[in-house]
Write a protein that binds this ligand. Sequence first.
Ligand code: ATP
Ligand code: MG
Length: 761
Amino acid sequence: APAAAPEWLERLNAPQREAVLATEGPVLMLAGAGTGKTAALTARLGWLVMSRRAWPSEILCVTFTNKAAREMRERVGELIGPAVEGQNSIIPWLGTFHAIAARMLRRHAELVGLQSNYTIIDTDDQLRLLKQLIQAEGVDDKRWPPRQLASCIDRWKNRGLNPGDLDAAENEAYANGKGQRFYQLYQDRLKALNACDFGDLLLHMLNVLRANREILEAYRARFKYIMVDEYQDTNQVQYLWLRLLAQGRQNICVVGDDDQSIYSWRGAEVANILKFEKDFPGAKVIRLEQNYRSTPQILAAASGLIGANSERLGKTLWTEAHAGDKVRVIGVWDGPEEARRVGEEIERLEREGARLDRTAILVRAQFQTRELEDRFIQIGLAYRIVGGFRFYERAEVRDALAYLRLIAQGSDDLAFERIVNTPKRGLGDKALEKIHRHARANAVPLLRAALDICDTDELPARARGTLLALVRDFARWREEAGRLAPAELVRVVLDESGYTAMLQAERSAEAAGRLENLTELARAMEDYETLGDFLEHVSLVMDNDANDETEKVTIMTIHAAKGLEFDQVFLVGWEEGVFPSQRALDEGGLSALEEERRLAYVAITRARRRCTILHAANRRIYGQWTSAIPSRFIAEIPEEHLASETTLSGGASLWRAQWSERDDPFAHVAREQPARTATRGPGWQRAAAAPFDPAPRRVAQSTRSAASFAAKPRLDLKVGDRVFHEKFGTGTIAAQEGNKLEIDFDEAGHKRVIDSFVRSA
Ligand code: ATP
Ligand code: MG
């Protein structure tokens, strides 16, 4: 007989309990943020096991992130711990769609032409593969970048489409009607490699279930219960896969909030939640209305805001919590002041007893973390970045910094290695190996070695031309570093090196984010007078790697914060063009804007007790001050739930009036620009003597201190000696100059080579 209802079940409210106890048949739990959906789903999982309706291995439970899966597993363990000995911690089919599909696919790999030890390739491998295919087909990969093909293929996979399923319009989406062909080629290639990409995990499993009735029936028999959290963000292939599995027993319980659908850019379809009742007739729909997370003020602010969306089901939320503070809106002068204010507010709350680890700053886009990080480092406020890298650790920022470091210090070999082929210049391993060998043998930096080698016939003409161009670029940039402001220099370098063009060619949302980060890097450099000062600042910031147990505030994107809650939440950059994002505004459609508004709703509803929104009147973009207009989302929050503060004349009422009239252009309050503050450091970077000289010179040795390395013993070569060169064969030395030799080769003719590449014949 089922166990008696445990005490933790009694603590749930009536509709939550109903959702837990309605174990048989389809259930849709549709409710707003913070109403205990995830809590109810967790309890349901516990109850199913505890009441012996199913073994843990007979329950399929999908969460949106691995972190959510981990938390749910722990929580269920706490609930049912003593009840089911030895079984409780193992809930094998609890995880993300990807994790679950990967686990299934291992068992059926051969049915899609893979072996069970298949590898899952990452984005880098994927792009490399696609590029090979594109080039092999003779398509111009500059015009049709691999990334564009990758995003088409992802989209098709998210929609459950195999190559054969593409219609003419989709086929046109890449290389003038070659979409389908490339998709097919790619899938064939993956198969040959016994590999698949992330998108394949679900698509392959969908194909397996569709084509093999007995396998489908076996899973239907196994999974007595299916549960899905964050159902509003499922995409088509996930939906089709779930529907297939659930249509056997119909014991499926999905949980979601149409107002929190924020992943349409990744193929999520909010329509899935809206048609659940059609797919599963007789579904029990449970609405939760009591919010346990936030204060009434925060809740009312969020509800008022989302009320501006037209495409929604609509719902009521209430809370028993006492009123609490209004949502604060703070208008500041510019970005640095915003970061300063956030830091001050957090320190003040901390003094009042607030916990740092229950404090979050949510940003719309990754680039926004930079100013906050710089400020927090300065005041010693511990922070962590969740779901991403710290600003100066991001790949594109590191690439840019590597260029700058190499300009500042010609001997920075790590920097050289990082950028010599980024963007891709077609310098092969052979060429790089030559540079390395020469550098080692002569104890010169790589950049110097590259220059030396360009002066010889060691490399094929094309590689030599490429390398020489790069070396000359650095010579020029080095000169310009003396004339240009650092921020200007980085723009020049990124443009002239082809780095910007490389990202622009990708035409993906990810690349756009990377470009934003680089713009932000240039903005950061505007505070410094010399490149050396700036690089020193970066090394100090990077050094502040507090990887310890101290309490830290969290900085993360709103997307990453889904499902989480914090006592106090700071929402920064609420300005038109930042949030809503410029991309959403450019798109112009209603749906892009409504998705941004849902994102704003998710942002506010993360807050339990305090929610503070900030917006700046000025942002510096490409060295230009531009006036920023406060986000329309602020104006859409009912005024009675807001407490506005601003240092700007006109203040909140001014722009609120602007937004209500809409067609009136925002009359920005003019004020003089703040003085440029230059942070000065000791400038050791500047003072360091760089061994690299722009003009090609013959002898490299003189500028290096011989003590810093053990140079390979030199051959004692002289004119007339017979020598062997690995590429050109044997020959006779005709002339010698420093470490360069002119040799008359028996077969290859007269060549200039580096002495470290020859040995006595
Ligand atoms: P979101 O839409 O943001 O994912 P949610 O609906 O999943 O929110 P939960 O995260 O499950 O909400 O719950 C929000 C908060 O309310 C949590 O702190 C949770 O512990 C608490 N909570 C949930 N149900 C109850 C309840 N019946 N009594 C008291 N607190 C509850
Ligand atoms: Mg939740």
